[in-house]
Design a protein around this ligand. Sequence first.
Ligand code: COA
Ligand code: ZN
Length: 311
Amino acid sequence: MIPQTPCPERIEINEVGPRDGLQIEKRFVPTPDKIRWINALSQTGLARIEATSFTSPKAIPNLADASEVVNGIKRRDGVEITVLVPNLKGAERALACQVDELNLVMSASDSHGLANLRMTPEQSIERFGDILDVARENSVFVNASLSTTFGCPFEGEVPQKRVLELIEQLVALGIQGVTLCDTTGMANPAQVKALCEAVIARWPGTAFTLHVHNTRGMGLANALAAWQAGITRFDSALGGLGGCPFAPGATGNVCTEDLVHMFEAMGVDTGVDLDALLEVAATLPELVGHDVPGQVIKAGKWDRRYPMPSR
Ligand code: COA
Ligand code: ZN
């Protein structure tokens, strides 16, 4: 784990496009296209790829091919394959495909938990015990993603105290990593910095990840605030795809190539080959059938120069 100290020199990117990105798309992306995309992503230096989710195919029809996708991709040393899992059934399906990590999903607010998973936070945590048992038998890393950590589209503010109580329970269960998710882009940089500083100070042995959506244009600012607090692990989606289908008003994640571009321009090592990543990003509009919000792909990198106009 990269040390969680303020303004770390190195960070890791977890690409969630194949999961968070595709779950909300109108169109089902054919399985071979998903596999080709993930294989291309795994050659760009990303630390981790969230390849799919093992959820109910009725809830998330776009990812009903989860097993075929994970079994079909080429595994590469140094690139961990993680998947989102809401319950024991999902964990068992995922472990049968030899994933490297389970990313258990729950909500920090009751109403989003019920809308998304039909479970309150307490009900989710109660079920995580059985999942941890099977995960331990298979020696996989177990992370928990806490949706609506920075605000809930139904309830509004989620008190920091409530978030800390839930993380306390997750750590006590034996969860190794916790992702703080801003599901509908409600977070602001001051709030992100305060929470990240608090969790790193209280649980130095837990791997914390920031997962932000750019719904209100604060995605990169929030990522920067988390980095200043010492966060070294970031979720992002290529092209800025993404969104939770059960959170009204949800839009895309912070865009991976824009995030990598920002950190690399600042001299922070992301491990990612930005040119290679931009080549994969250029294939996205065809893959999903529409334009995507990424900005660097359109503007070019910061050092792009134009010829002087001739008179
Ligand atoms: N994988 C595949 N099928 C699953 C499943 C899983 N992980 N979990 C449940 N199912 C199936 C059950 O087998 C059952 O099938 P049947 O109707 O053919 O008998 C059906 O789904 C209902 O099962 P139940 O346990 O009653 O689940 P539910 O209807 O209460 O739904 C969840 C709960 C968590 C499974 C569902 O809400 C879900 O998958 N949500 C995911 C939400 C999500 O990914 N949101 C975006 C990410 S934040
Ligand atoms: Zn998300």
